[in-house]
Design a protein around this ligand. Structure first.
Ligand code: ADP
Ligand code: MG
Ligand code: MG
Length: 865
């Protein structure tokens, strides 16, 4: 016979699958010898069977009856008896806590006869009738499905005995039935109602939001009632073993005198701080503190507790490992290490990179509760306040006067970079988490909310129209919450981030930052995967280093061709002969050299992987239409030649066009110039007594032949510079693996490579045949909604497809060259889930934007546990 019923003394905390979390923990407390009102649990198996077939298992009634007889024997009372009746609570409780989502029915067993017995036993008629009234209400609502309003409307008297008659009438009117006087019927029907509450609308909704599976079912706990509403020496409360907001030690919770648990939740009367209980009922208070200590030691974690005091006797009604804020998570974990309850590994396992990332940035004060102007995608965390600027130039202009600005665009392009740098936050009406605005903002640690589609951004009119039709002019102050994805009108109060300050200065200013520091240290000590940063400037490199990066995994060189240097690129492209091109390249050389020297200095002693130019050259030329208009209206010889070049270089699919290594093989002298700039920067640093560790990385290689050609050219230049300078310049030369063909022929490519770095953004694009810049606006939302993707493959690495390519390349690359260093430098390098995959796949390092480095270090450590 299958066992569907477990007495509390038979269960334990590891049985939550079967007994639900509440049942398992009631059993655990019972076994610990804490004062738990006795009872038993009906298993989730029984619930699942009931929900699947519409009928409870045949054996259930017998097993419940058996457990009930045992309970009556133990308590010496009879369910619904005439003298001192036994009353029961019937409580839901699934494996994962779903607070308040399912049903609980109290005071089961009361009826016209037993109410008098209860009155006599407790000496309080009022209490007995009030309990009966409560039962009618809960039973009516939960078991019979009567709208709560029907009871409230009847609630005009405060004589509970009369209310009982009124409520019986409500039940009669609504259902045509009498309230069942048979306590057994009350019990069984309540059990079924709790089963059914698993599938209530709100429970389903909650599960969807919390990603709790729909097929677990709930257990049902049947427990002897204790009464907190028996006068001033009774009461009920909730308690936490530490402050769930900050993690601080102390007495936290609320207590409500002369009340039943539901009154606390309903907020009917004002609760007092738990510390008051010390004055109201010192013995119970001391016992409670004692039990809290027992629980925290036993669970080795923060516990939350529900308790009731019945005429001076303390009863424990519930406990579980409590939810907490990110700050509290770090602080509690390290405090428990100090108390020798857990080890450093366990402490590390209990926090996450996502929590750390949330703590790094300023945020709006928690109590602030204004209605947002609009919701968008929370693309880059933190909080910022500033005045609207509708374009990059305006943002720069306002920022130069010391004003804080929010750059507001429909979407951003590389031309918006100066404005993004100048702004506190970026707000766009289009695009998702991997749009240009989102990626760049995250890289810079700027707050970003993107895809706020209900906003109308009119750059020409320089207005922003909110969903409520408010029209906002340039200069209007907004508050942008990149963690929540909301935008508010006006300036909300900000709180600084202690973690951000710690990361910047290394100063630990209290228990909280100390906990974060220690957790990170431990992560570094156990992590096998290195963490580098993607950084293109000495400032970013310096920050990355402060944040604990062990090198630069991707230094892009293309920004070194922007701004004033555009002219030089134009000259190089327009050059009609070898001499012209040489002149242009020679002019670029010292500029690039200085850039590299700066970064190598900032990263002295650490590897710096410099990627040769990657984007299609025409990205450095003016827009075709604008240029055509200019040529039509004010023709100049220069513009005409420029237009011809733009047209010549036009590609309908530049992402798959003349870019990456292809440029190096087609534009004479380009690779040589870049490698010379790197080599000479290395020499410069060596002359200054530095320890430069430059690595040269070739993008978009599809076949080993390409890499061989570039490698030969690069080695020639390195040899020349070595000879000329007298210093040995010996840079490793490697390649990005970002095309499926590269991954599939990695065994060959490794013949010519000292290292691989997976460019997982391009690899995802090319493996899926998806253009990252386009899909977000077009069909991604529909795909996500229909469940084709759970998350965007640009955010979290697609293990099955793209991940398989990574695995093949690692295996075959290392088979050819066992010392091959392998890293990843796509956005995925900062994504927790992807980091665990890269660890498992045996990569040497991940590289991500400087602001993601601390979280990546934490996750690299967690991956190694
Ligand atoms: P939830 O899962 O929504 O917290 P519970 O099963 O914990 O629901 O029940 C809600 C409240 O009902 C409890 O906080 C407690 O105050 C009260 N309650 C439940 N069982 C009993 C009992 N045996 N005696 C007294 N009060 C009870
Ligand atoms: Mg509860
Ligand atoms: Mg790429």
């Amino acid at each position: 016979m299958a066992g569907y019923v477990y007495e509390f003394s038979q269960g334990g905390r590891d049985m939550a699958d079967l007994l639900g979390g509440k049942g398992a923990n009631l059993a655990e407390m019972t076994r610990l010898g804490l004062p738990v009102p006795p009872g038993f649990t009906v298993t989730t198996d029984a619930c699942r069977e009931y929900l699947a077939t519409g009928e409870e298992p045949g054996e259930l009634a017998g097993q419940v009856a058996h457990a009930l007889v045992e309970l009556e024997r133990r308590t010496g009372r009879e369910l619904g008896g005439r003298d001192n009746p036994l009353l029961l609570s019937v409580r839901s409780g699934s494996k994962f806590s779903m607070p308040g989502m399912m049903e609980t029915i109290l005071d089961i067993g009361l009826g016209d006869a037993s109410v008098l017995g209860l009155a006599k036993a407790t000496g309080s008629e009022r209490f007995a009738w009030d309990s009966y009234r409560r039962l009618l209400q809960m039973y009516g609502r939960t078991v019979l499905g009567i709208a709560p309003g029907l009871f409230d409307r009847r609630g005009s008297t405060d004589d509970p005995a009369r209310l009982v008659e009124d409520y019986k009438q409500v039940i009669r009117d609504a259902t045509g039935e009498e309230f069942p006087q048979d306590p057994g019927a009350q019990l069984y029907r309540s059990i079924r109602a709790v089963f059914r509450s698993w599938n209530s609308e709100r429970a389903r909704l909650y599960r969807r939001r919390e990603h709790i599976p729909d097929d677990l079912g709930t257990a049902v706990n049947i427990q002897v009632m204790v009464f907190g509403n028996l006068g001033p020496d009774s009461g009920t409360g909730v308690a936490f073993t530490r402050d769930p907001a900050t993690g601080a030690r102390g007495v936290y919770g609320d207590y409500l005198q002369d009340a039943q648990g539901e009154d606390v939740v309903a907020g009917i009367r004002n609760a007092v701080p738990l510390a008051e209980l010390e004055r109201l009922d010192p013995p119970s208070y001391r016992q409670l503190i004692d039990h809290m200590g027992t629980l925290e030691h036993h669970y080795r974690d923060l516990c939350d507790i529900e308790f009731t005091i019945e005429r001076g006797t303390l009863w424990m009604l519930q406990t579980r490992v409590g939810k907490r804020t990110a700050e509290a998570a770090f602080r509690i974990a390290e405090a428990l290490v100090d108390e020798e309850l857990i080890g450093e590994d366990e402490a590390l396992a209990r926090v996450s990179g996502a929590q750390l990332a949330r703590l790094m940035f300023p945020r709006f004060e928690a109590h602030v509760d204004t209605k947002p102007l609009v919701h968008g995608v929370p693309a880059s965390p933190g909080a910022a306040v500033g005045a609207i600027a509708f374009d990059s130039a305006e943002a720069v202009r306002r920022a130069a006067t010391g004003e804080k600005v929010i750059l507001v665009r429909r979407e951003t392009t590389p031309d918006d970079l100066p404005g993004m740098v100048a702004a506190e936050a970026v707000l766009t009406s289009r695009g998702g988490k991997t749009s240009h605005a989102a990626v760049v903002a995250r890289g810079m640690g700027k707050v970003c909310v993107c895809g706020a589609e209900e906003l109308t951004v009119d750059v020409e009119a320089r207005t922003l129209t909110a969903p409520d039709r408010t029209v906002l002019a340039e200069g209007t102050v907004l508050s942008v919450d990149g963690t929540a994805g909301t935008v508010h009108l006006g300036a909300l109060p900000l709180t600084d981030s202690p973690v951000g300050r710690f990361l910047d200065t290394g100063e630990r200013d209290g228990a909280f930052t100390d906990a974060v520091a220690r957790t990170l240290e431990h992560a570094d000590s156990v992590g096998r995967l290195g963490v580098r940063a993607n950084a293109d400037t000495p400032e970013d490199a310096t920050r990355a280093r402060r944040y604990g990066a062990e090198g630069i995994g991707l230094c892009r060189t293309e920004h070194m061709f922007l701004g004033e240097r555009r002219g030089l690129i134009e000259a190089m492209i327009l050059a009609e002969d070898e001499t012209g091109r040489r002149t242009a390249l020679d002019a670029l050389l010292p500029l690039q050299r200085a850039d590299f020297a700066g970064i190598l200095a900032a990263m002295d002693g650490l590897p710096v992987t410099i990627r040769l130019i990657d984007p299609p050259l025409h990205e450095f030329l003016p827009d075709r239409t604008e240029l055509a208009v200019r040529v039509a209206t004010h023709p100049t010889a220069h513009d005409r030649r420029l237009l011809a070049a733009v047209e010549r270089m036009h590609e309908s699919n530049p992402m798959l066009g003349l870019r990456g290594v292809r440029l190096g093989l087609v534009v004479p002298g380009l690779v040589e110039m870049q490698v010379r700039a790197i080599a000479e920067a290395v020499v410069e640093r060596l002359r200054d007594g530095g320890d430069p560790r430059a690595e040269i990385m070739v993008p978009l290689v599809g076949t080993v032949e390409e890499l061989r050609l570039v490698r030969a050219a690069a080695e020639r230049v390195l040899a020349e510079v070595s000879k000329a300078s007298g210093f040995t310049v010996d840079c490793p030369i490697g390649t990005m693996i970002e095309l499926p063909r590269a991954a599939l022929t990695a065994g060959r490519i490794a013949e010519a490579a000292d290292f691989f770095s997976f460019g997982t953004n391009d690899l995802t694009q090319t493996a899926w045949g998806l253009s990252r810049d386009d899909v977000e606006a077009s069909f991604f939302p529909a795909y996500l909604a229909q469940g084709v993707f759970a998350t965007s493959p640009f955010e979290t690495l697609d293990r099955d497809g793209v991940g398989r390519l990574v695995r093949i390349a690692v295996e075959e690359g290392r088979a050819t060259n066992p010392t091959l260093k392998i890293g990843v430098c796509g956005e995925h390098g900062g994504d927790p889930d992807s980091i665990h995959f890269f660890h498992d796949t045996g990569l040497d390092y991940v590289s991500c934007s400087p602001f993601r480095v601390p979280a990546a270090r934490l996750e690299a450590g967690r991956a190694a546990l």
